[in-house]
Design a protein around this ligand. Structure first.
Ligand SMILES: Cc1ncc(COP(=O)(O)O)c(C=O)c1O
Length: 371
């Protein structure tokens, strides 16, 4: 089902880093390549019509996967791109503040640091466990944004997003969510969370190609797009060189220009497949994580850092006396592809996707026992 695994006995357990595309997804990309690098050049402006169709299919598939309407998502390059769009949708003033958490990925934190350097934006980081009460306590009258993950990349914990978005709305604070580890891993219905802006990618749990993701913007959100071009212009008002036209009112005002139709086709195919796997697929991902935690929790020297029962397909642990980076290197020598989380949370992290079998997880536990 996956070219990455054809003809080798590697055990791939890092879909949270990058998920391998299936043969079907790759076929969809090859078909797009054949068309868009070939006969399309004989179709005149048909080229642009077909590009628009490919983008529309990607938006539709991505939106369906997260319970949203297709025009409420903009195509992006990845999660971090979406996070940047969200941060720069706000007209920051010195002394404005952001609340985030201590375990966020650099994709969430580096843009905050840039806002601090450039605009003097203050940051308060809440330490886990992240609760609505702790977030509420961190808010000040100057807080304009809460930015945090839906699923913590260091442990796989699902944050209480709906409660946090509700309290943010009550306090007049915007929310920006890093969905890198959530979409394709756990059931996600973005409108139901109440998040104002939500960024995710196609290349991790969705098992799509690298280089394409999506950014959901709550309908009616009064936020400026920092990324505009021909794709942002409303279909209702023609472009005018003096600027006498409207931008699209929906999330697509955050899309500026040309998108790779090959990536769009791969993203659409992968998001469709993830949608078809449905609730049952998400339950199976968690079941695998639980199985792995059951297996390794019996081993001496192991401290599991993920919540039990599993909340997602991420399982993190520490091995007494073995540095996480070293453990990952030694596991790779035995053909287990896993990753480590850097300091200050130096854990071995396993991603248990649907293609990972019980036998693979049992073999991994045996290998971990020998480290
Ligand atoms: C929580 C989190 N945010 C952001 C990223 C970066 O994702 P992307 O490559 O889609 O920007 C990752 C993964 O690498 C992540 O785990």
């Amino acid at each position: 089902m996956f070219p990455a695994f054809d003809g080798n006995d590697f055990v791939y357990l890092n879909s949270g880093g990058s998920g391998p595309p299936s043969h079907e997804t790759i076929s969809a990309m090859r078909a797009a390549d054949d068309l868009f690098f070939g006969s399309i050049y004989r179709e005149g402006i048909g080229l642009f019509v077909r590009q628009a169709e490919a983008n529309a299919r990607a938006r539709e598939a991505a939106a369906r996967l997260v319970g949203a309407e297709s025009n409420d998502v903009a195509l992006t390059q990845n999660t971090t791109h979406g996070m940047n769009l969200g941060y720069y949708a706000i007209d920051w003033k010195p002394g404005d503040a952001v609340v985030s958490t201590t375990t966020e990925h650099p994709g969430c934190l580096v843009p905050i640091h840039a806002l601090k350097r450039r605009f003097g934006v203050e940051t308060t980081l809440v330490a886990p466990p992240v609760t609505p009460e702790k977030i509420a306590a961190a808010l000040t009258p100057r807080t304009r944004l809460i930015s945090l993950s839906h699923v913590d990349w260091t442990t796989g914990e699902v944050l209480p997003l709906t409660e946090i978005c509700t309290l943010a709305r009550e306090r007049g604070v915007l929310t920006l969510v890093d969905g890198a580890q959530s979409v394709g891993n756990i059931p996600v219905n973005i409108p139901a969370t109440g998040a104002d802006m939500y960024a995710f990618t196609g290349h991790k749990w969705v098992l799509g190609p690298e280089g394409i993701g999506a950014f959901h913007v709550r309908p009616g959100l009064p936020a400026h797009s920092p990324n505009v071009g021909y794709a942002s212009v409303s279909e209702a008002t023609p472009f005018d060189i003096n600027g006498d036209y409207d931008l699209r009112p929906d999330a697509r005002r955050f899309e500026a220009s040309t998108v790779s139709p090959t990536l769009a086709a791969g993203f659409a195919a992968a998001a469709d497949a993830a949608h078809e796997r449905g609730e049952e697929g998400f339950a199976e991902i968690r079941r695998r994580a639980d199985l792995l935690m059951d297996l390794i929790s019996e081993l001496p020297r192991i401290t599991i850092r993920s919540p039990r029962p599993a909340q997602s397909g991420l399982v993190s642990f520490e091995i007494e006396g073995v540095v996480a980076k070293k453990a990952v290197e030694r596991l790779l020598e035995q053909r287990f592809v896993v990753r480590f989380i850097p300091d200050p949370n130096p854990y071995v992290r396993i991603s248990t996707h649907l293609f990972n079998t019980e036998e693979e997880l049992e073999a991994l536990a045996r290998a971990v026992a020998e480290l």
